[in-house]
Design a protein around this ligand. Sequence first.
Ligand SMILES: [Zn+2]
Ligand SMILES: [Zn+2]
Length: 284
Amino acid sequence: MSDPSWTNYFYWLIGLSLLVWVFEILIPWRKDQKIFRKGFWLDTFYILFNFFLFSLVGYNALSNVGVALFNDFLGLFGIQNIIAVEIQDFSEVSQLLIMFFIADFIQWNVHRQLHKRAWLWEFHKVHHSIKEMGFAAQFRFHFMETIVYKAIQYIPLAMIGFGIQQFFVVHMFAVFIGHLNHANLGWNYGIFGYIFNNPKMHIWHHAKDLPEDRPHGMNFGLSLSIWDYIFGTAYIPVEGKNIELGFEGDEDFPEGFRNQTLFPFKKENKNQESKNLKNENKTI
Ligand SMILES: [Zn+2]
Ligand SMILES: [Zn+2]
C-alpha cells in the first residue's frame, strides 16, 4: 500500500471499483436501476482517462523531483522555514490524519468555488451531467479539475512537508469514500454520517432542482461531511433516493466524452449563457 507506483495505484483503483460495484449489485438502493446504468460506459472511460491524466500530470508534480523543485522555487522568495510544524516528528498515523483533514478542507473550498464562479462551473457541469448515480460517476469530471484541485491542494501540503507516499495513501482512501458517495447504496453510516460524506448526502449535491436559498448548491464535501455541517451548507431535507439529478439546462449538454471535454472551451456556449443571463435580467 505504501508503494506509490503507477501500477499499484491502478490495481487499487480497479480493486476498489469492483468492491463497491459488488455492493451495488448485491444491495442496491434503487432496485430498479440497471447494473449497467445510464452513463456507465462513459464513466468507465472517464475513470481510465482521469487515472492516466492524474498519473502523468499529478504524479510527476508530486514526485521527489517535483517537491525539490517546488521547495527551491519557494526558496527564491526566502520562504524556507514555512514548515511551522515539524511534521516528520509525528507518528505515521497522525501524519496521515493531518494530511487527510487539510487536503479535504482545501478540496471542500475548491468545490464551492467550482459552483460559485461561472467560468469554473462550465467545467464542473461535466460532473453534474450524471443522471443516474453509480460508483464510477465519481470519475466523470473535466480534466481541468485535476489541474485545479491538485495544484491548489498540493501547494500548502508541500509547504508543510508531506511527500508522495502520504499523498498516495490519503488519495486511495478518498477514492474509496468517493466511490461510495456516488454508489447506488442507501447508506449514511448513522452517526458517522456527520463526519463522513455518504451516498444519502451526496445525492442531494447532484439534485437538479436547487432550493431557492441555495442557488449555488449544497453538500460540497468530498470525503468529510463535517465542513458542510460546520459552515451551514449541509442539506438533506428528505430521503433523496429518487430525486431528479442534473442541472438546469442539462437537456442541451453533450453526452459524449469528446464534446463534454470541449464544452467549456466553446465560445458559443458562453455566448448562449450570457444571452440567457441578459434575458433573465430583462424579465426581472
Ligand atoms: Zn459539485
Ligand atoms: Zn458527485
